[in-house]
Write a protein that binds this ligand. Structure first.
Ligand code: PHB
Length: 389
């Protein structure tokens, strides 16, 4: 009798403690650039995150989601790192997420490893990021993943001489390397290359050099915002199009959120990208309609969709683990997950924890009076990140 009582007391205590875990909020620490020159990135990612919670509900694996938001102002890695440390130590978050730019993700990776927290990347796109902690999973893209398809497209479309111009940091260097690798392997020739500073570059001397080198096209990676707008303005002023020099780029150049600021100069530009606001699918129709209702002044872009998909990843993982956000279990459950995103079919590569997706070739056109990236080639499906090969 005594023994029996003991067992049931233990069982009761165990039940009580697991009920306490289940009832605890699921705290997600979001580190985003919400001020400074890249504030639009943070806004877009947060729009996607909030829209997911509004549409699908805010209980994941039995736990109510609580967001703790930190502004890292973009490219100040010390600030991103301090934010992550505070989120872990003071706020006791279960998961770290967000990350607009590569330096922020790289600065936080060791914190995730040490604190054993899952880290979900919703934009930062340098290939190497996922190798910097075993607990990182990415729902955005990588630059090599977008770049190899546009290099192949150029070769097939009789573009044989290209000058590369990229922003001088992780994603730019990744895209420069991948473009040159794929393009020269297919018989293309690089007529010149330049890396421009991330802060306030003066494009005029570079544009003149490109004009003098007479390539058939210039390949670009620039993060959306001041740089893309500045480049296109200079390209027009120096009349590179008239000199027969086309632009090919990753979709970052003609990002749906900044495309109107590029203006009609962007018409006809060919890019490779994983998401377009005018992607034709029932999932994207539902997503863009809900987005327009929730944020009538904004346009959905590839960053908001990665925020939205990042939340879906967390929701699906927590469903599988029964609400347990333990980093090892989180990553195991994330590996191989597949779902239909507004961008199309995506999955998490079990080998790299990076997203696998279709990379579309698109052309800027007017759709309903608005500039948009119209997808015309979806033949490059299930593209993995080639950057770690
Ligand atoms: C990055 O810093 O990793 C980054 C920023 C903007 C992009 C893509 C990547 O459009």
């Amino acid at each position: 009798m005594k023994y029996k009582f003991k067992v049931s007391a233990i069982a009761l205590a165990m039940m009580a403690s697991s009920a306490a875990i289940a009832a605890e909020n699921l705290k997600i620490g979001l580190i985003l650039p919400l001020s400074g020159p890249f504030a639009a990135y943070g806004k877009q990612i947060k729009n996607g995150v909030d829209l997911y919670l509004k549409q699908k509900g805010d209980v994941f694996g039995g736990r109510k989601v609580e967001l703790v938001i930190k502004d890292d102002a973009g490219t100040q890695p010390e600030l991103s790192k301090r934010d992550a440390q505070e989120l872990v130590v003071k706020d006791n978050v279960d998961i770290l997420a967000g990350f607009g730019l590569t330096p922020a993700a790289l600065a936080v990776a060791p914190v995730a490893t040490e604190a054993k927290k899952p880290m979900v990347i919703m934009n930062a796109a340098t290939s190497v990021i996922t190798t910097k902690s075993p607990y990182i999973v990415r729902t955005s893209h990588t630059l090599p993943q977008l770049t190899a398809p546009i290099a192949s497209w150029a070769l097939k479309n009789n573009i044989k001489k290209v000058y590369t111009l990229v922003a001088d940091y992780g994603p730019g260097i990744d895209s420069e390397k991948q473009f040159q690798k794929t393009f020269t392997a297919g018989g293309g020739q690089i007529t010149g290359e330049v890396r421009v500073p991330l802060k306030n570059p003066d494009f005029s001397p570079f544009l003149q050099k490109i004009k003098d080198a007479k390539p058939e096209a210039v390949f670009l990676f620039l993060p959306p915002g001041e740089l893309t707008i500045g480049f296109l303005k200079g390209y027009q002023e120096r009349e590179l199009a008239k000199a027969g020099i086309k632009i090919i780029a990753t979709g970052d150049l003609t990002d749906d959120d900044t495309i109107e600021a590029l203006g009609d100069a962007s018409l006809g530009i060919i890019t490779s990208g994983h998401y377009s606001m005018v992607h034709k699918s029932p999932e994207n129709k539902a997503y863009t309609e809900a987005y327009a209702k929730a944020y009538p002044k904004d346009r959905p872009n590839f960053m908001s969709v990665a925020g939205y998909d990042g939340m879906n990843l967390i929701a699906e993982v927590l469903k599988k683990t029964g609400g347990d956000a333990n980093a090892e279990k989180f990553v195991e459950a994330a590996k191989g997950l597949k779902w239909t995103s507004p961008r199309g079919a995506i999955s998490i590569d079990p080998a790299t924890r990076d997203v696998v997706q279709t990379v579309y070739i698109r052309k800027v056109e007017k759709v309903g009076g608005k500039l948009a990236n119209v997808e015309f080639d979806d033949s490059q499906k299930d593209v993995k990140d080639p950057g770690k090969e």
